[in-house]
Write a protein that binds this ligand. Structure first.
Ligand code: GYE
Length: 373
């Protein structure tokens, strides 16, 4: 295969340090040594020249995520994206499009599956037919991947599972890159326990999309902590599909069914916006000065604005800027280097002004100004 030849060629090329890649609140799953990546053709990061191997040329600064094939051809990457359901997703898509650009040595084929499993499977099969060099899949659901992953493997195309995870045999894909969803759910639960300090909680949960690892993990993590608190009751838990409309619809139906609740957990920011609209319409107050505590996930720019405004009490981050990790894995595979089986994108939580927490950072305007997505 063309790629095998590329691997051999790149293996003999000068290696340059890739310092600076991997900042941005993210870290590999295990303590990996300093990252190494092939110099892109004649390029090496100029700013890394001092640490680079002696023979590394320094004519031009290469983007950390650049990885043209050794023969100068663009590396062809197919990306089967979940859809466009949320602000998080939009930021994640933009990040992939920026990172896997032609200028960086890639030809990206992007498919928005619109949250439809069949469309996503079809997209992956099309990528296989098109003999992509690599396939990235952000799986809508965890289940149902074995057959198509086997097809990709049989075709010799490495697959990267990104953002969410699958329950398929790990030998069928190269690596998984994403946030630890169970840890996010536990962070939310631990913060709530600290905030309530023994007070009773009647909790409503607006879950994400059914069968998504982000939903399953956040639910499991939160329930792990809820199970330690006999003074907490989870009244109901329904899917809002990670959308604002879904969050609003579920909250409206919760308001009809339950009169006595004091915590609403929204598994992403867009759902929280919908839930706040529903509570506004019903005259229910929320946030630091209200009757209902709101917990959200993602910590996108608008979500953090609501947190700074005291409307969302606690917002657990999930960083959507993950494409550089996928690019790093592809660079290593191009160079025939070993890769980590998993990269965990590290998260933190943010709380509204006036709240002090050992689990979260108190929001400030400065934190918000630093949030690009
Ligand atoms: O939280 C949500 C998006 O998979 C982590 O999907 C992602 C989730 C994110 O729709 O906003």
């Amino acid at each position: 295969m063309k790629k095998k030849l590329a691997l051999l060629l790149v293996a003999g090329m000068t290696m340059a340090s890739l310092a600076g890649c991997g900042g941005n609140d993210v870290a590999p799953a295990d303590a990996a040594p300093a990252e190494e990546a092939p110099a892109a053709e004649e390029e090496a990061p100029a700013e890394d020249a001092a640490e680079a191997e002696e023979e590394a040329p320094v004519e031009e600064a290469a983007d950390d995520t650049a990885a043209p094939a050794a023969d100068g051809e663009l590396v062809r990457v197919g990306f089967a994206q979940v859809g466009h359901e949320s602000d998080w997703r939009a930021a994640n898509t933009q990040n992939y499009q920026d990172t896997f650009s032609e200028a960086n040595g890639y030809e990206l084929s992007f498919v928005d599956a619109d949250n439809d499993n069949a469309v996503q499977l079809e997209a992956v099969r099309t990528f296989i037919q098109q003999e992509m060099d690599y396939i990235c899949i952000a799986p809508i659901e965890t289940a149902g991947w074995d057959t198509v992953l086997q097809e990709a493997q049989d075709a010799g195309i490495p697959v990267l599972i990104v953002d969410r995870s699958v329950d398929a045999d790990a030998s069928l894909y190269e690596t998984q890159i994403g946030c630890d969803m169970v840890a996010e759910g536990e962070m939310a639960g631990n913060w709530l326990a600290e905030y309530l300090n023994g007070e009773a909680a009647n909790i409503l949960v607006i879950e994400g999309s059914v069968g998504a690892s982000a939903t399953l993990g956040r639910t499991e993590g939160f329930n792990n902590i809820a199970g330690q608190h006999s003074e907490w009751t989870i009244l109901d838990s329904q899917s809002g599909d990670f959308t604002q409309a879904g969050g609003q619809e579920v909250m409206e139906s919760f308001i009809k069914s339950y009169s006595d609740f004091n915590v609403v957990v929204c598994q992403n920011d867009n759902e929280a916006y919908g839930a706040m609209d529903a509570m506004d319409a019903a005259g229910i107050t929320y946030g630091v000065d209200g009757d209902v505590i709101i917990i959200s996930f993602d910590a996108t720019h608008d979500g953090l604005q609501y947190t700074l405004d005291g409307k969302i009490n606690c917002n657990v981050e999930c960083n959507p800027l993950q494409a550089e990790f996928a690019a790093e894995v592809i660079q290593k595979l191009q160079a025939g280097e070993a890769i980590d089986a998993q990269t965990v994108v590290v998260d933190q939580a943010f709380v509204a002004p006036g709240i002090e927490s050992q689990y979260a950072t108190t929001m400030t305007q400065e934190v918000l100004d630093g949030r690009a997505y």
